[in-house]
Design a protein around this ligand. Structure first.
Ligand code: PLZ
Length: 462
């Protein structure tokens, strides 16, 4: 084994990094390619990377690689660094906490940071009822625990999820996730008592369907094929993430919430990707005043440190016997410190407002682009969670190859984009909420050029 004696001093990241797009080598550059070859011998092939440039520093709205290329970040590490990468409130608190103590295990000897994060969660999540939280490490773990809590609280087994849903990669959450390749393929058998209902997906309805009608389609299916009195919880992403940034028709979530209330079914909002200011409000549920019984959060909660939570009605959360919830690292003190710094940043910088501003720019620019590029079937999103769905012109037939080509062209030009969608044909934009409008505008120019070059301009199909 060879050991590097003196690892290179990391570049200082954070908002002081020059906020610019800069491509100085081919992408990936020579140092990244070297690291990639090394990785090939040591890292399991099942772990992928969207853009294999190896990161040296990141901050504000840019990611800088080991070859000196600076990418405008439209991915935020999949919706995590909404507050910006290595942002000062987070870094200062992480540094101080790491110097004080890094771990005791909250189940062994507790600490204030955990309690403070749960207090903050009670304040910022939807609804003004009494709430309690439990902290975990990853989104999937939060979803698993929400189901455990819902089952104990209701005394029922069935879990209802939706078409195009993504809830994680553990056994139960794979069962809850819709898409087979790459998430589930070959990894079964999956957990039982998970039922899938039709989602409201306006672009893909054969005929226009209101939110209330789409909710009735889902709840009547649940009534007939599962039985409402068997259902512990309905778990839904209020704006779907991996499944394609699907925004349900207005009225869908409120109608679903009212069916849940009428049938004593717990409503679990998976706000792991849509939460923490991303959609222009603190949570995506807030847009329609929907108050879920339980909310799962992760990603944006802690500025990049691994932390997740289940927050819910106090009486539901407290249904679980003492010792029934936990884990060695859940609510790690350094991650809690990061969350407190991240939440402080969201408040002081008014990040819901920032998300609305970025979202308005994206929607108007992409809407105009859709008039010129017939392959753009749909432009949709909420706040700074925006996507374009690419299709064969004149149809709704998904064009995944085009999404991949446009994304690759953006990467080569210094813009970090991501794709998503059950059909892989959705380009999604999830910028850090601290991205400047100037950089966003530059990134959108790059995207527009890449799209027009790859898809061709022409009159929009009727
Ligand atoms: N619920 C709504 O978006 C994570 C997954 C990327 P973890 N989404 C990104 C990948 O390919 O693994 C996610 C989500 C929603 C749950 C999760 C799971 O969160 O922290 O990745 O476990």
């Amino acid at each position: 084994m060879t050991v590097t004696e003196h690892p290179p001093t990391p570049l200082a990241g954070g908002p002081d990094l020059p906020q610019e797009r800069r491509v100085v080598t081919e992408v990936p550059g020579p140092r990244s390619r070297e690291l990639h070859a090394r990785r090939g011998a040591a890292v399991a092939a099942g772990v992928g990377s969207v853009l294999p440039v190896y990161v040296a520093a990141a901050g504000g709205g840019v990611v800088v690689d080991v070859d000196g290329n600076s990418f405008i970040d439209l991915g935020s590490g999949i919706g995590v660094t909404g507050v910006g990468n290595a942002t000062p409130h987070v870094v200062d608190r992480v540094r101080a906490q790491a110097a004080a103590f890094t771990h005791t295990c909250f189940m062994v000897a507790p600490y204030e940071g955990y309690v403070e994060v749960c207090e903050a969660l009670a304040q910022v999540t939807p609804g003004d009822h009494a709430k309690k939280s439990a902290l975990f490490n990853s989104g999937a773990e939060a979803v698993e625990n929400a189901v455990k809590i819902a089952r104990v609280a209701s005394g029922r087994d069935a879990v209802v999820v939706f078409d195009h849903a993504y809830h994680g990669r553990t056994n139960l959450t794979m069962a809850m996730t819709a898409k087979s390749m790459p998430y589930k393929h070959g990894f079964g058998p999956f957990a039982g008592e998970v039922y899938r209902a039709p989602m409201s997906y306006p672009f893909r309805e054969p005929a226009p369907l209101s939110g209330a009608e789409a909710a009735l389609r889902a709840t009547s299916m649940i009534d007939k094929t599962v039985g409402a009195d068997q259902v512990a919880c309905v778990v839904i992403e209020p704006v779907q993430g991996e499944g394609g940034f699907v925004v349900p028709a207005a009225g869908f979530l409120p109608a679903l919430a009212s069916w849940c209330r009428d049938n004593d079914v717990l409503l679990v909002a998976d706000e792991i990707q849509s939460g923490f200011c991303r959609t222009g409000d603190w949570f995506a549920c807030d847009h329609e005043g929907v108050v879920p019984d339980l909310v799962t959060t992760a990603k944006g909660i802690a500025g990049g440190m691994p932390l997740a939570a289940v927050t819910g009605r106090a009486e539901v959360m407290d249904a679980v016997h003492p010792g029934g919830l936990g884990g060695t690292y859940g609510g790690n003190p350094v991650a809690c410190a990061a969350a407190l710094g991240a939440i402080e940043t969201m408040r002081t910088l008014d990040l819901p407002g920032a998300a609305r501003r970025l979202g308005a720019v994206m929607l108007s620019r992409l809407g105009a682009l859709a008039e010129q590029v017939p392959a753009i079937g749909d432009v949709r999103g909420r706040g700074a969670m925006v996507a374009i769905e690419l299709v064969r012109p004149g149809s709704t037939e998904p064009d995944a190859a085009l999404a991949a080509a446009v994304s690759a062209a953006c990467h080569a030009a210094g813009v970090l984009t991501l794709t998503c969608g059950t059909y892989g044909n959705v380009l999604r934009l999830l910028p850090p909420l601290v991205l400047s409008e100037a950089l966003l505008s530059e990134a959108l120019d790059v995207l527009a050029d890449a799209l027009t070059a790859a898809a061709g301009a022409g009159p929009r199909a009727p």
